[in-house]
Design a protein around this ligand. Structure first.
Ligand code: ARG
Length: 291
């Protein structure tokens, strides 16, 4: 819901972080290779420790994704982040931070298994020219997994992972209206697994992951909407991204792909099947800085 005049709970402000003295230019998208990716825990319904997983295959798929981005990239807008041993899911680099207009809002993970990633992400980004803020201790915010800038407002998913209260911190930090949307299905636990703003006038979403009120909110947006089927949503079709004017989407979503192409959009299909075993896809692998 959009609210204009709410204040954050008393005494709870998004705190500025200490700036780093090293300052290098920031890039528009950041990716971290799945060098240490491993199925060592289960924190969503997609993850089963018994599923056969090939890290080599994951690295190949990740490299193919980066190569596809580079093909449409204006030079130098992609930054590759060094992996850190022990941080198995650091390849989903944006899950503890939202980057918008030069500011970074750092969050905390719901699961202790991922919380150690936070410090590595923070250290890396504060060495870039981002102004850092963080939600208070004890508040869960899973960053770009739950947050998107669209038509100058912030779309924010909560309920399965992030805490609803974060909408206040988003509003205060970025000075934008926030539309919060509750996630209802454990398989679609982050907003970016179920909703994909393609451009200003087009949005794709999987209705099965939202309740009636939030579906009505999404339907009330003044734009065209494409409803994604459960089958394609399960192939992580909504976990797509637009980069360089092209839609990067996973294999296994031919209907959405056709719908996008019918509207004149270029698409590139990338196989991210190894990442689906973690409940992640293309967008989870790509931390975007919204400008
Ligand atoms: N296994 C990870 C988790 O459950 C996957 C995160 C995917 N990231 C995303 N932005 N949807 O936290």
């Amino acid at each position: 819901m959009i609210s204009h005049d709410e204040q954050a709970p008393r005494g709870q402000e998004p705190r500025p972080t200490a700036a780093s003295s090293r300052r290098v230019a920031r890039k528009d998208i950041l990716l971290c290779p799945p060098r240490y990716l491993e199925l060592t825990y289960e924190i969503n319904p997609w993850m089963k420790k018994t599923t056969p997983f090939s890290r080599e295959r994951a690295l190949e798929q990740w490299e193919a994704l980066v190569a596809a981005y580079r093909k449409v990239d204006a030079p130098g807008r992609i930054e590759l982040v060094p992996p850190v041993e022990g941080l198995t899911e650091l390849c989903f680099f944006g899950d503890s931070v939202f980057l918008c207009e030069g500011k970074a809002l750092f969050g905390h993970f719901r699961h202790k298994e991922r919380e150690p990633e936070r410090a590595a992400v923070k250290e890396f980004l504060l060495a870039r020219s981002f102004r850092g803020f963080e939600v208070p201790e004890g508040v869960v915010f899973e960053g770009a997994g739950e947050t998107m800038l669209w038509n100058d407002k912030i779309l924010f998913g909560f309920g399965k992972r992030s805490d609803e209260v974060v909408r206040h911190f988003l509003r205060q930090t970025f000075k934008k209206d926030v539309v919060d949307i509750e996630m209802e299905d454990a398989s679609f636990y982050h907003l970016d697994t179920a909703l994909f703003p393609v451009h200003e006038e087009l949005l794709a979403y999987y209705p099965g992951s939202f309740g009636p009120i939030d579906t009505a909110t999404i339907e009330s947006f003044d734009c065209e909407k494409i409803k994604v089927s459960e089958k394609e949503a399960r192939a992580f079709a909504c976990n797509s991204i637009v980069w360089g004017g092209v839609v990067f989407m996973p294999t296994g979503a031919p209907v959405l792909r056709k719908e996008l192409e019918r509207r004149g959009l270029g698409t590139v299909e990338v196989d991210v099947s190894e990442f689906l075993k973690f409940g992640g896809g293309i967008k989870c692998l790509t931390l975007q800085h919204y400008l």
